[in-house]
Design a protein around this ligand. Structure first.
Ligand SMILES: Cc1cc2nc3c(=O)[nH]c(=O)nc-3n(C[C@H](O)[C@H](O)[C@H](O)COP(=O)(O)O)c2cc1C
Ligand SMILES: [Fe+2]
Ligand SMILES: [Fe+2]
Length: 395
């Protein structure tokens, strides 16, 4: 995307596509890239809303200059200090020395530490507005969605909510920017993967934010990543409401850790049981090889989760353990859990999965299956039974 685009009256998209970052936050793969959406609003004064990640400054500043068409930039609204949106603030200030930077009480210490900027800053309170002449921008804090200083900016003239990471998704823009320009199946999965990896832990705060923002008369939701919603903002709000309430669909994720295939055979028997129980959405993942963000995404979508691990040096197989750590961090709720383990001498995997189940407090579905070395026909029968019980539990 090399063009500055008008996205509402006096409002320009000045974001960039990033296909070069392999791992978002050095964790999550970006097979379809990611967009950093940034905006410029032109009134009697001019304002930018958010910026982009450091390496993309040249692209960004060209677009800002095009949007400004010879004018100076008067204000920068900082909705979020994470460097994917705040990375070029120092250089932006250098380019437009008269720039005044707007943030809340939690933004300003971060601005000082990251960029050494203390001068020309305006501290705003929750609900406070800035009149730029023709557009009034109002700032609403949304604490911990997903940083302490996170806020959104509402332009009452165009009824546009610049929503920061909220409603954001992975995936670069492929020509289209808006929900009416992209097929839903192209953005929904990447929006959920973003939610599951970045936002899910803060689902309670998302609920608080949704209630707070419901008072606004919003026509457009323009997030800092991914699709811009203008045709049907209801679908974005509905998805966010569902994901943050942890409402799930009928389906089961089965993730296993296996070195020599015995635990995998157990997992496959569980999957067969789920299928025989009439559930079509079964997602089988090898925790060591499958992309963890896809596993987390599907866990966030479906009601059922089965974890099966072999024992490795007295503990749960490391790749499955790593998935458990990420899950505990995200606090999944309203789901049902089945567990199974294998061992050849000391045991360990199933005990670790029991401890995991205690920690996440999900409803357990039996039977627990523990297998010595290779599963017998009777062991596989119990795995099949676990699968059928899971199918019944997610119905
Ligand atoms: C490197 C390594 C370490 C293991 N550590 C243990 C262990 O500490 N305790 C135990 O009971 N079994 C241990 N095992 C045995 C496996 O847990 C057991 O063979 C299991 O059935 C393997 O399942 P898989 O075929 O799915 O890989 C270990 C196996 C390997 C290869
Ligand atoms: Fe962020
Ligand atoms: Fe972000």
């Amino acid at each position: 995307m090399h063009k500055t685009l008008s996205v509402a009256k006096d409002t320009w998209w000045v974001g960039v596509n990033d296909y070069e970052t392999d791992l978002f936050e050095s964790l999550w793969p970006l097979p379809q890239g990611v967009a950093y959406n940034a905006y410029v609003v032109l009134g009697d004064k001019t304002a930018a809303v958010d910026t982009v990640k450091g390496p993309w400054f040249d692209d960004y500043i060209d677009k800002v200059a095009t949007a400004l068409d010879g004018r100076a930039l008067d204000y920068l609204v900082v909705n979020h200090m994470e460097p994917d949106h705040a990375g070029v603030i120092g250089r932006l200030k250098h380019t437009y020395p008269g720039l005044e930077i707007i943030g809340n009480a939690k933004t300003l210490p971060l601005l000082k530490e990251y960029h050494g900027i203390e001068k020309d800053v305006i501290q705003v309170k929750d609900g406070e507005s800035l009149d730029i002449g023709g557009h009034v921008l109002t700032f609403h804090t949304i604490p911990m969605v997903h940083w302490p200083e996170s806020m959104v900016t509402f332009d009452a003239t165009t009824r546009t909510l610049f929503s920061n990471d909220a409603f954001g998704g992975y995936g670069a823009h492929e020509g289209g920017l808006f929900d009416d320009e992209k097929p839903r199946e192209r953005w929904e999965g990447e929006m959920l993967r973003y939610y599951a990896t970045i936002v899910a832990r803060y689902s309670g705060m998302v609920q608080t934010a949704l209630k707070k923002l419901s008072a606004l008369d919003i026509a457009n939701i323009y997030p800092a990543h991914g699709t811009l919603f203008r045709q049907d903002i209801g679908q974005a709000i509905e998805l966010y409401d569902r994901w943050s309430k942890q409402e799930t669909e009928r389906g089961v994720v089965v993730a296993y850790g296996s070195m020599y295939g015995n635990t995998r055979r157990m997992a496959e028997a569980v999957c067969r049981g789920i299928s025989e129980g009439g559930v079509k959405d079964v997602r089988l993942y090898d925790a060591a090889r499958s992309d963890t963000s896809l596993i987390l995404r599907d866990i966030w979508r479906y009601k059922g989760l089965v974890l099966l691990g072999c024992t490795y040096n007295t503990l749960l197989f490391p790749a499955l353990d790593a998935l458990c750590v990420k899950l505990i961090n995200r606090m999944p709720k309203k789901r049902v859990l089945g567990i199974a383990g294998s061992y050849s001498w000391s045991k360990g995997a199933l005990d670790a999965l029991r401890a995991f189940a205690e920690t996440v407090k999900l409803e357990k579905i039996g039977p627990e299956v523990e297998v010595f070395a290779a599963p017998t026909a009777a062991d596989l029968e119990r795995c099949l039974e676990l699968g059928k019980n899971m199918a019944a539990a997610v119905a």
